[in-house]
Design a protein. Structure first.
Lengths: 182, 292
């Protein structure tokens, strides 16, 4: 099997996208007082931390953060999840969510099934006034009626392609690549 | 945002918003102004670069530019800045872009003036549109500000750029350091050697040596400045892999920077000029939209 890949985002463009999303979150919510950023592990969690840093730089005060661990059969990125739905393994949100705005953060939005699991996990904690979604990459191919409120980059893909997000905290460098399998 | 007078008046949110809008203009997005606004550029001090850049930005926004020649204006007959600007407002202008010799000339325009005022440089005070284009250039390069090391080198105490940039950069989490001869430091705490500064700088921001100010000072020569404080090929070779060189221009080649570095791979000196148009479009659009 041969593999070709194209670089879609380099480090600076990934960071510029994060600045843009941070600014949009602040503008849309008229500040961040009622907001809680919730990263979906692993890379969504690091993105959420970067967004939180950027928001603090812009607003001069910190935003609350939490994280969700969702198990999925994601090792094989080329296949959608054939066996069962993604399940929530761990919820780490140490705030009352009642009447707060929860902003879920993930690296790639694909079928929407991970986000559905995240929505369930948040709703189990209480009744937030809103749940919003921020993703670095929206690659299309949704299987559920879910859409992102904040998108770093829209990338039309075919379902046989893979999007790989590298984040320096885990992967040593910031980079988004598109891999064609044939 | 009603006016743009000083970087001190801008919140980080407003500043980031201008940077992001400029990025959209650079990507080819079109302005969204409701009508053609009337603008005059009042340059009481010559500055071809800044005035041309503003005029290009105004044209791209579809503004109508009302000619104003400071050399033939009533200011020469002793008219106050307030009266000049108020007159233009009554004639029907929406915004004026002003460059003047007096520090904070705009203070006399804060009350009683409804036309938007954009400061294009005041005396030895501020030059906010230049600062914003510098910030834009840095953000375009690194995508962030937090933790970057920026070294500003040159005539710190007389530089508008040094002053306006320092405030904004610090607010954005940048580590700002200064380099200059001891007698140019003014109130700034400055380094007097490149040693230890060049190696970890992400941005080296050079300032123009103002010969007109220093020619009279004994002991100043272009050669000795270049040797001690200029960015030489040897110093540039010690810069970090992704580090960049900036300069507000006009450049004194072989004084603050060795001539061959001006268009070297690290240099953003000419892209800064291009960035300036997008940033000025973003500034003007933001202010004019605020009036709709």
């Amino acid at each position: 099997m041969s593999e070709k890949f194209t670089e879609l985002l380099d480090g600076p463009s990934m960071n510029r996208a994060i600045t843009r999303i941070a600014h949009e979150i602040i503008e849309r919510n008229k500040g961040i007082d009622e907001c809680i950023l919730v990263g979906i592990k692993t890379r969504g969690d690091y993105l959420a931390k970067r967004l939180a840093d950027r928001i603090k730089m812009i607003e001069g005060k910190p935003i609350r953060t939490g994280e969700l661990d969702i198990t999925l059969y994601r090792d094989d990125l080329s296949k959608k999840y054939e066996t069962g739905e993604p399940r929530v393994k761990d919820v780490d949100i140490n705030y009352v969510v009642e009447n707060q705005k929860i902003i879920l953060v993930d690296d790639v939005l694909f079928t929407g099934r991970t986000i559905r699991a995240a929505l369930d996990a948040v709703m189990d904690l209480g009744r937030p006034s809103q749940i919003q979604l921020a993703v670095l990459i929206d690659r299309g191919h949704r299987e559920l009626p879910i859409r992102a409120d904040y998108v770093g980059k829209n990338i039309p893909t075919s379902s046989t392609e893979q999007i790989v997000v590298n984040i320096s905290e885990v992967d040593g460098e910031d980079k988004v690549t598109l891999h064609k399998m044939d | 945002m009603k006016n743009l007078l000083s970087m001190e008046h801008l919140t980080n949110r407003e500043l980031i918003s201008i940077i992001l809008r400029a990025e959209e203009f650079e990507r080819g997005e079109q302005p969204t102004l409701a009508r053609s606004y009337n603008i005059a550029n009042l340059f009481f001090e010559p500055s071809t670069r800044t005035s041309t850049s503003f005029e290009m930005a105004e044209r791209k926004l579809g503004c109508t530019i009302i000619p104003f020649d400071a050399n033939f204006s009533s200011a020469l007959k002793g008219e106050t800045m307030y009266d000049t600007v108020k007159t233009l407002e009554m004639i029907g202008l929406d915004a004026v872009v002003i460059r003047a010799k007096e520090d904070e000339y705009y203070n006399e325009l804060l009350e009683g003036i409804n036309v938007a005022v954009i400061n294009a440089g005041d005396g030895a005070g501020q030059h906010p549109s230049q600062s914003l284009l510098d910030l834009y250039t840095i953000h375009k390069e690194f995508g962030q500000f937090e933790g970057l090391n920026v070294t500003i080198a040159g005539d710190i105490s007389h530089s508008r750029v040094a002053k306006s940039n320092a405030i904004a950069l610090r607010n954005l989490g940048v580590n700002v350091r200064y380099l200059c001869p001891p007698e140019w430091a003014g109130d700034f705490e400055a380094h007097h050697s490149w040693d230890g500064l060049i190696e970890d700088s992400d941005v080296v921001m050079l300032l123009r040596v103002q010969h007109e100010r220093h020619a009279v000072n004994s002991g100043f020569s272009k050669e000795s400045y270049h040797e001690q404080y200029g960015l030489t090929v040897e110093r540039a070779s010690k810069m970090k892999k992704n580090a960049i060189i900036m300069h507000p221009a006009p450049v004194n080649r072989d004084v603050e920077i060795t001539s061959e570095l001006v268009e070297s791979e690290r240099s953003r000196i000419f892209s800064q000029v291009r960035n300036g148009v997008y940033v000025r479009m973003a500034i003007l659009e933001t202010i004019l939209k605020g009036r709709e």
